[in-house]
Design a protein around this ligand. Structure first.
Ligand SMILES: [Zn+2]
Length: 310
């Protein structure tokens, strides 16, 4: 990885956006640059693979949520907090499921980064052959217990040698931004997907309004695991380069807490205590909701549906 040039189009990186500390080591600073050509937002220096792998060996899904988000941690400990968060997460999975069954009502589905298998569980084994990839062994074990008759691999896709191919659906929910060699992964997907199949990707959006407002306090930063923040232009470009055509790009996330959480992060950075910061963030949520509705193409999430180039 050359730190001076864009990972996607090789232009020199000039426009530094901001710097932010490693989520687990305040002494280590990373910078983010946006390429003037392809518009991909990318981390520098690029963390080495050993360091990244360390972050995927956390103990369980609850811990993952807590590491990711101090506000989630706070809400989690409120009365009913755990139940409400579970309901919210299930609603997200349900929306994703509804999206997929509009594309295909049965077939073979691969979820890359399947976690503990909650999304795959929506697909009944009578209609779907289910495959998951999860490099965190604890999460993969939970997925195997939850999902009967399902292949769960703990190897990265490019070395997983899955027993099935010609998949109708391949999904990556908030995974591509973690991958240090996205071209390699997309080329591996290309070999597995059916000509009438769909690749569905959701990522944090590199051109989001909250990224621009909150900068180093943006909730989606998650340093140093998030290596890239894709934009409509950059994702379309890498998909084209790896043999896909983009069917649709959309920006979901009207009911998203990211704006509130980013505000809480900002307040905490100004030495406001977590309790007060979270309370203010909750009070501001109706305003955040209105901003989310009006943001249209600058929301925090970007959803891409792609298929093989014909
Ligand atoms: Zn570029």
């Amino acid at each position: 990885m050359n730190n001076s040039f864009c990972s996607l189009c090789s232009r020199p990186l000039k426009a530094k956006l901001f710097a932010a500390p490693d989520g687990n080591d305040n002494n280590k600073l990373y910078s983010f640059y946006q390429c003037a050509g392809c518009t991909l937002v990318q981390i520098r220096p690029f963390p080495n693979k050993k360091k990244i792998d360390k972050y995927y060996s956390y103990v369980d899904a609850d811990n993952h949520a807590k590491i990711k988000n101090q506000q989630i941690n706070f809400l989690y400990n409120l009365p009913l907090g755990k139940i409400m968060l579970k309901k919210y997460i299930d609603l997200c999975y349900q929306q994703r499921y509804q999206l997929i069954i509009k594309l295909h009502t049965k077939g073979r589905i691969l979820d890359i980064g399947c976690g503990e298998g909650s999304f795959l569980k929506k697909f009944t084994p009578e209609k779907w052959q289910r495959v998951g990839i999860e490099i965190n062994k604890n999460l993969a074990r939970s997925a195997s217990l939850k999902l009967k008759n399902t292949i769960i691999s703990t190897k990265p896709l490019e070395s997983a040698s899955l027993p099935i191919n010609k998949l109708e659906i391949i999904t990556m929910w908030h995974v591509l931004e973690h991958i240090n060699n996205p071209t390699l992964v997309l080329e591996s997907i290309k070999k597995l997907i059916n000509p009438n199949g769909y690749l569905v990707i959701e990522v944090p959006h590199g051109n989001s309004l909250y990224r621009k407002i909150f900068r180093e306090n943006w909730q989606m930063l998650l340093l140093p695991q998030h290596l890239f923040f894709w934009t409509g232009k950059s994702i379309t470009r890498i998909l084209k380069e790896t043999g896909f055509q983009t069917v649709r790009v959309s920006y979901p996330g009207i009911i998203s807490f990211s704006g509130s959480s980013s505000l809480a992060n900002f307040l905490r950075s100004k030495k406001v205590n977590t309790y007060i910061a979270t309370l203010i963030a909750i009070l501001f949520f109706p305003l955040v909701l209105i901003i989310n509705i009006l943001s249209l193409k600058t929301r925090d999430n970007m959803l891409i549906i792609a298929k093989l180039k014909t």
